[in-house]
Design a protein around this ligand. Structure first.
Ligand SMILES: *Cc1c(COP(=O)(O)O)cnc(C)c1O
Length: 376
């Protein structure tokens, strides 16, 4: 925390994360989906929020399963979390060369084939076990056993091997957060058929990503849910679908005015001189730019100052942006780039929409130069 504060003081642009809101969102989505267990997806550094503080906050409310994408993310979490009695699932395809590391740090890889497992066995020391998650590809096309027979034979192989432990069986939906119900139902049906035929008990099943836990609780088993987006408080189906439950906003992006100037009529701002003052115009410079994840295509975006709306003018540069002012403001005045200020709010969804992308991409693009400040 001290280190964060020092960094903040030297360059006043930062991210605020509300960990209490993450805890509340976890509880809300479990209640809504009727879930007994939650696997918290904290890949990509907790969708940009900081995997370790997020996982610690969720541990406090009883979460004991976390999911990341890479071995590196898994090791970091294992080393940094204050507790030890929890699982770490690796969601992506993993290089067979690093099975020893997975055993050492007790990481549970998603696996899809007997080929992979048979090579893995040679790297598991006597007396040790590798906890694995059986991935089933029902239509996402990224990874997983891809037929009834494949699911059956991989499951048998795990059961018949002392060095292998089954942690879970899962699939991932391609269309949980859009209106393509037909494709969703086909995936759900395949999982149900294949996994039931293999005889894998229900306690191992986890299918629901955020979209499923929000909008498909009737179509699939939701006793265990495996979610990311909803924890971080945004709508993965925006703008097409509306949320069935309220989620608390978690993320805010803020900066402070570093310099204030008055342009005279005809003067311009930033590279390319794309913005020109039509009358005497107060402007302020903020110490944040596209190298921080305030993307170049955010030129013209809304920002909030003293609860009022104003705009980014001219081009976004690597480290600085310029905003229009209605009057001179003191150096150090706080500006909200994402979040609430008085009656106005800029949501992550609005920000992403302006950038022509989805909130996931925006949140994972904010760089390490921006300190994360945590509150509860
Ligand atoms: C990223 C990911 C999730 C979480 O998805 P959300 O839509 O953010 O809830 C769940 N499962 C898998 C396999 C993933 O890759």
């Amino acid at each position: 925390m001290t280190e964060q504060k020092d960094t903040l003081l030297t360059r006043p642009s930062w991210i605020e994360i509300d960990l209490g809101a993450i805890q509340e969102n976890a509880q809300s989505i479990m209640a809504h989906a009727g879930a007994k267990r939650l696997i918290a997806v904290v890949k990509a550094d907790g969708y940009g929020h900081g995997a370790t503080p997020v996982a610690n906050a969720l541990y406090e409310i009883g979460v004991r399963d976390f999911a990341v994408a890479t071995i590196g993310e898994g090791i970091k979490l294992r080393q940094e979390l204050a507790y030890q009695d929890y699982r770490i699932v690796l969601l992506g395809v993993q290089d067979i060369a690093h099975v020893d590391v997975m055993v050492k740090y007790r990481l549970s890889p998603a696996i899809e084939s007997i080929d992979w497992l048979s090579v893995a066995l040679q790297a598991i020391p006597e007396g040790a076990t590798l906890d694995v998650e059986l991935a089933v590809d029902t239509g996402m096309g990224r990874m997983g056993a891809h037929s009834k027979e494949a699911v059956y034979s991989v499951y048998r192989y795990i059961k018949n091997n002392d060095k292998l432990e089954l942690g879970g069986v899962f699939t991932h939906f391609a269309t949980a957060d859009d209106s393509n119900i037909g494709y969703y139902k086909q995936q759900a049906q395949r999982f149900n058929d294949w996994v039931t035929a293999a005889g894998i008990p229900r306690q191992y099943w986890h299918l629901a990503n955020s979209g499923s836990a929000l909008w498909h609780t009737q179509e699939i088993d939701t006793r265990t849910i495996r979610v990311g987006s909803v924890l971080y408080g945004y709508n993965p189906g925006a703008p097409l679908l509306t949320l069935p439950i309220p989620l608390k906003h978690v993320f805010a992006l803020k900066s402070r005015i570093g310099a204030v100037h008055q342009l005279i009529t005809g003067e311009s701002v930033s590279y390319g001189a794309t913005y020109t003052a039509q009358k005497p115009q107060w402007v302020a410079t903020l110490p944040i730019g596209y190298a921080d994840g305030y993307l170049r295509r955010m030129a013209g975006m809304r920002v909030l100052i003293n609860g009022k709306v104003t705009y980014v003018i001219g081009r976004i540069t690597m480290d600085q942006i310029v905003i229009a002012l209605d009057q001179a403001y003191p150096i150090g005045t706080e500006v909200t780039l994402i979040g609430r200020d008085g009656d106005n709010e800029i949501t992550v969804e609005e920000f992403a929409d302006y950038a022509n992308t989805i909130p996931h991409e925006i949140l994972t693009s904010f760089g390490p130069r921006l300190p994360r400040i945590y509150k509860k």
